[in-house]
Design a protein around this ligand. Structure first.
Ligand code: N01
Length: 534
């Protein structure tokens, strides 16, 4: 933690993804702000995830910024669900349009941070040798930014190339004539697979857990629809924040259990073809709360899989049967199940016979070896906590964040951790995170955080912290609401069970964004309840 201070700042923002960019915009005129970004470009998730097929699963008129009326009126999305290049272009446009670049330091990884209790300053160090002294740190580090690459032995022996989906080469890959192995069938693997199958000589998909997916229905954005949407944009943004997932999909009061089988089928068929991701999960009011209602929807998807996939054995292997639909995040796809009807695609079950090692020519499972030229690991993320715990963070009394979170994150409102003053997280652990549309809720969270900093400045405080008691109250709320849903019944990145040995408990707030925002707003309105200012 040594070295001379290279720069003094009011606020250090970590991450130039969509929340970090907006935080930079929101704070740059009132404070001396620097935004540190590990990537060589802005966009966060949409900078790193450039694998074939990367595309958002929320309509772009929603999944975009609302802070500037001219921007939201002028920007035209070519497609209903934007692909990665378009989202990266948008992030760059925003950085240029709002003069953010002067504040952003690219290719700069924050390595360690230490809080100086006497001066109430954070010392922030980077891999470039910077040593910033800051009054506040805002970690806009993302929920899904720390890649998870299982460490099977003998990786060095493999003579081909290995790519995690977050490390896809910018110039793309020529896969013609190649035998490609894809490990992982979450949202990422499911998006990439159909395109890899088109490009490669052969695609072998290694599946540990089958995933529920529905067709995305992506299409060119209808200009009349866009015009109509934009006529009432500001109001629509407000309405979005009043919905569970900050998205204007069609919610219902109808219980699956009050419908006849024919009615259930009609409603689910509409949801399946709705061209709105997640619509299946809200087709009935009780999909995520009542196991019997959930089973109706899950069985509907399994019937779809069995109808689409011609080989019965492959179809059966693709049918998820061990957890509720929605327990893991519902995927959207562009021809994923149909892909298994191609002659050049093989599905391998690595649940019954796990991958044990790389070999010089591919991969070995417990029972067989597979010859491959390229291995793609779509094995997800050390989610929610990983981006923070990969930074060496030391708070008061030299306590390390990794020690404090050894058995799971503790936070107050997902924003602060007791003993780590003046450090705010955006979309931190125990927030709705990806349960709610992350650009709009990210703007909301940045505004709420900036409001706290503004109030501290106005009222002459130098330090804000939270307490273990407040963390406990919030943990109880997060835990209590999760008991009413079926989310806990799946091993996923929501509870850290996607990674062997990760011990976190349930890390997402699943009672919806409006209730979450109400807690945040009321805490501040009630004299900074749960916070300690000094
Ligand atoms: O990651 P995942 P992801 N051996 O954790 C498998 C968002 N997103 O990158 O299910 C074998 O979901 C793992 O198996 P299992 C979205 O929020 C959005 O796909 O743990 N397999 C699983 O199949 C999403 O939820 C969009 O048994 C192993 C896969 O790898 C989140 O990002 C697009 C393994 C990982 O799936 C994460 O999605 C993409 C092992 N040792 C992502 N370890 C859209 O907007 C892991 N796996 C559309």
């Amino acid at each position: 933690m040594s070295g001379n201070v290279t720069e003094e700042l009011d606020i250090c923002i970590i991450g130039a993804g969509f929340s970090g960019l907006y935080a930079t915009y929101r704070l740059k005129n009132d404070y001396n702000v620097v935004c540190l970004e590990a990537g060589s470009g802005v966009g966060g998730t949409w900078f790193w995830n450039r694998y074939p097929g990367a595309r958002v699963d929320i309509q772009s008129v929603e999944y975009s910024y609302g802070f500037d009326e001219e921007l939201q009126q002028e920007w035209q999305w070519p497609e209903y669900f934007s692909d990665q290049p378009e989202l990266e272009r948008y992030a760059n446009h925003v950085a240029d349009r709002f003069d953010l670049r002067g504040h952003i330091r690219l290719s700069t990884v924050v390595t360690h941070m230490r809080f100086d209790e006497t001066a109430n300053r954070w010392h922030v160090h980077t891999d470039k040798g910077d040593h910033f002294l800051c009054r506040y740190v805002i970690a806009a580090t993302g929920s899904l930014s720390a890649a998870n690459s299982p460490d099977w032995p003998d990786r060095d022996l493999f003579r081909g190339d290995i790519y995690h989906t977050t490390q896809w080469p910018r110039e793309g890959l020529d896969l013609s004539g190649k035998r490609v192995g894809l490990i992982g069938t979450g949202s990422t693997g499911i998006q990439a697979a159909p395109i890899l199958a088109q490009q490669a000589e052969h695609l072998t998909v290694f599946q540990r857990t089958p995933t529920f997916s529905m067709p995305s229905g992506n299409r060119p954005l209808d200009r009349a629809y866009e015009r109509e949407w934009k006529q009432d944009y500001a109001n629509r943004r407000k309405q979005m924040l009043d919905t569970y997932g900050a998205s204007l999909i069609a919610y219902t009061d109808v219980s699956a259990l009050d419908c006849t089988p024919e009615e259930q089928d009609r409603i689910l068929e509409e949801a399946w073809t709705s061209q709105k991701a997640s619509q299946l999960l809200v087709a009935f009011v009780d999909v995520m709360t009542d196991p019997a209602a959930n089973a109706v929807v899950a069985e509907f998807v399994r019937r779809k899989i069995r109808t689409i996939v011609k080989d019965p054995e492959t179809a059966e292997l693709l049918c998820p049967k061990t957890y509720p639909i929605g327990g893991k995040r519902l995927c959207i796809d562009n021809g994923y199940y149909e892909m298994y009807n191609r002659d050049n695609v093989t599905l391998v079950d690595v649940r019954s016979s796990p991958i044990v090692a790389y070999t010089p020519t591919g991969l070995r499972t417990q029972d067989a070896s597979y010859d491959l030229d390229v291995i793609v690991t779509a094995t997800g993320f050390d989610a929610i906590t990983g981006a923070m715990t990969r930074i060496d963070i030391e708070g008061v009394d030299q306590q390390k964040l990794t020690d404090k979170w050894a058995h799971g994150p503790t936070t107050y409102l997902g924003a602060m951790v007791a003993g780590f003053p003046n450090l705010f997280m955006i979309h931190g652990p125990m927030t709705p995170a990806a349960q709610a549309q992350m650009i709009t809720t990210g703007e909301w969270l940045v505004d709420w955080t900036a409001g706290i900093i503004d109030a501290l400045e106005r009222d002459g405080y130098a330090r804000i912290d939270t307490t273990e008691q407040a963390e406990k109250v919030w943990a109880d709320e997060v835990d209590t609401v999760s008991q009413y849903t079926l989310h806990r019944q799946a091993a996923s990145w929501y509870n850290g069970k996607n990674i062997e040995g990760k011990d976190t408990g349930f890390m997402i707030y699943v009672a919806g964004f409006p209730r979450f925002a109400q807690f945040c707003t009321e805490a501040v309105a009630n004299g900074f309840e749960g916070f300690v200012r000094s």
